[in-house]
Ligand binder design. Structure first.
Ligand code: ADP
Length: 335
């Protein structure tokens, strides 16, 4: 797995539990979502009611699971965590829903990947706190209505637009999570370093933050790899800019957070195709990767960083791409 991948691997899962902020106060950045959520939760508490259903949209690693746990903690409620892909049949969902306690928070990650029948069951559960459990098959099948205790559904998805409108409309509140600013990621790194008992200088935290692709999960992962390096190479010395830079050089994560694959794509585009336009398939062959890998793994970040553009005529490098790799665009080279 890539060091700069934003989805969680096994090691992340083990460590992340210890690094999660426990309340809204401790949660860094995302001012808008935090402020809005704070109001939703305070109002519900004042009414002595269960909080409205919450939809969180945003890329992996931005803190959606963490926020769902915070919602439960702030409401003094237990939480159940599951995901769309884990719910294959409507019956799986019925089993979960019917075992919820009053006020419980149900976190449904990747909610856009639930099966259709489960999705339809969820509509009714969200709106009326009721499900129809179908017993039997064919003409003899009967629907047995089942009352549910009021609960709060927290759904997470990469993009709210992926959800069918009837599902989206049943959420009382939608929070859009943005990529984090470098200064916010620095705070994440400092906080995690403190919890992991790692000594880090301000410029060391900035160095890691700048390479973390706007994503706290990646920041935490890079911090752990830099810690390894510091332990071995500097005998557990303080992590400063030089140590962080040297460590991430070993792991091939560059100053902007590009890894080897990202750089290979960019380099091929610049050196072999003069900056494009070049077709995706041609580019993929040049770097010896599958089309899908280039398109889905490398390109989104390169596009977001303004290094590569997808045009109708093919992939094109931006001036920033030439500058980042320290190369001179052909026109300028000739003049
Ligand atoms: P998601 O569910 O969106 O994939 P998570 O909630 O699992 O993301 O967060 C990934 C990691 O990043 C966790 O270890 C969490 O502690 C950390 N993290 C996420 N958001 C924040 C934040 N705002 N402040 C501090 N740490 C954060």
């Amino acid at each position: 797995p890539r060091l700069v991948d934003s989805s969680a691997d096994g090691e992340d899962q083990a460590v992340e539990a210890a690094l999660r902020p426990k309340d809204l106060e401790e949660f860094i950045g995302q001012e808008k979502v935090r402020e809005q959520l704070d109001l939703v939760l305070k109002a519900a508490r004042a009414r002595g009611a269960t909080a409205d259903h919450v939809l969180l949209s945003g890329a992996p690693g931005l803190g959606k699971t963490t926020l769902s746990m915070i919602i439960a903690a702030e409401m003094g409620a237990p939480i159940r965590i599951t995901s769309g892909p884990a719910i294959q049949h409507a019956g799986d969902l019925a089993a979960i829903l019917s075992s919820l306690q009053e006020g419980e928070v149900l976190f449904l990650d990747e909610i856009h990947r639930m099966s259709r029948p489960a999705e339809e069951m969820l509509y009714m559960a969200m709106e009326d706190f009721r499900v129809d459990v179908i017993v039997g098959k064919g003409p003899g099948a009967t629907a047995i209505p089942l009352e549910l205790p009021p609960f709060t559904l927290v759904g997470a998805t990469t993009r709210a637009g992926l959800l069918p409108p009837p599902l989206r409309d049943r959420f009382g509140f939608t929070g859009h999570m943005e990529f984090y600013e470098p200064a916010e990621l620095e705070r994440v790194v400092h906080r995690s370093a403190r919890l992991l008992d790692v000594e880090i200088a301000a410029d060391g935290a900035a160095e890691i933050a700048g390479r973390s692709r706007g994503t706290p999960r990646i920041a935490n992962r890079l911090l752990r790899r830099v810690r390894d390096y510091a332990q071995v190479k500097t005998d557990g010395g303080i992590i400063d800019k030089d140590v962080a830079g040297a460590a991430l050089k070993v792991y091939e994560v560059d100053a902007r957070g590009l890894d080897r694959l990202d750089r290979a794509v960019l380099e091929a585009l610049l050196k072999l195709f003069g900056g494009g336009p070049v077709g995706l398939s041609t580019l993929a062959v040049a770097v010896g990767e599958e089309r899908e890998t280039v398109e889905e793994v490398a390109e989104p970040f390169l596009v977001r960083e303004g290094l590569l553009a997808r045009t109708p005529r093919g992939r094109v490098a931006t001036p920033a791409a030439w500058a980042h790799l320290g190369l001179v665009p052909p026109q300028q080279g000739l003049g």
